[in-house]
Design a protein around this ligand. Sequence first.
Ligand SMILES: *Cc1c(COP(=O)(O)O)cnc(C)c1O
Length: 402
Amino acid sequence: MLRLPAVYNDEEGIVQTPPMKFKTLAIHSGHNPLDHHGAVMTPIYQTSTFAFRGVNRPGPFEYSRSGNPTRKALETCLASLEGGAFGFAFATGMAAETTVVMMFEAGNRIIVHSDLYGGTFRLFEKVFRNKGIEAVYVDLRDLAETERELARGAAAVWIESPTNPLMNLVDLRAMADLTHRFGAIAICDNTFLSPYFQRPLELGVDIVVHSTTKYINGHSDVVGGAVITNRAALAEKIGFLQNATGSCAGPQDSFLVLRGVKTLAIRMEEHNRNALAIARWLEARPEVSEVRHPGLESHPQHALALRQMSGFGGTFSFRLRGGQDAVFGLLESVQVFTLAESLGGVESLIEHPVSMTHSSVDPAVLAQMGITADLIRVSIGIEDVEDLIADLDAALSGDRRN
Ligand SMILES: *Cc1c(COP(=O)(O)O)cnc(C)c1O
């Protein structure tokens, strides 16, 4: 019996997705066992080069920078999960972002969300500004201000939603429509929710960027990135740049991300459940002055969250009344949570944005954004939630301090 792959690339390289649901696609997309001696898992094609079939007759792959079957399977899978036609896998999330920014030219202005991942800020300020690509920072919650900046001329709008670490949201549909009215393209970093909880392409966004290091891989054992789009002209530029700059993912890492993504849906459900329970518990604690979680009724954009997201993910932040001293006390005394940067893995992590993930951002900018010393970010894992709450309870109560 000939078994067609669940999802494959047609002659034009466009990902063809049959009407299947997310969990099925996450497991089967991009791989047909009959193409690989019956191997149920995508093999790791650990090879730099591929034999030609004859003079001037290359096979589907020639050289692993240009294309590799393991990477291709991942690219097809991620594209189908985002509802996209073209996918690209990169060595890291930053390699994915760098490749996207390389599409622009000296003199281009890019409107960037003022509240975003520290590494993206550093990329625009320390790498691309002196090459003539200017980032203009705008609070994208403010559509009127964004419109004024678009009217001054911009090639793109760079969105992150929810933002890191404050969990502010951008109205993706409204922002994509506004961006298109000025002939610019909308790019969205979808790392925090993964395609399981938010699909920006379906809301009109042109390019989705991921750090697959986070929820998509989910096991804190690989760094990777991805770019997905529906627009053939943009896909052609990104594919060209991926090959020309060599920013692609290797086959071993592609395999690990493919393995991780198979359980994305069930992990996200559990991250979401645990994080919401902990956010509600923290909100009732006297030591906590604010909890920033889009699933809470107290979040100023809770209605937007319900409209454009199907879940809230596992990452959020909160503030302690006792300021930095109280924060450091908590960080020193947790035992189940691990003090570490990154997020999206099965284990719970806790960190202090001002001194850790966001230390490369100008202190004045941090203060203006509200990323202050009393703020803690947590990435809630999929451990038993009772153990996580007991750990925070003991640490907050000062039971473990002497
Ligand atoms: C981690 C992260 C990145 C960068 O990804 P790397 O895989 O670390 O290079 C970009 N955006 C967001 C939102 C992230 O959390």
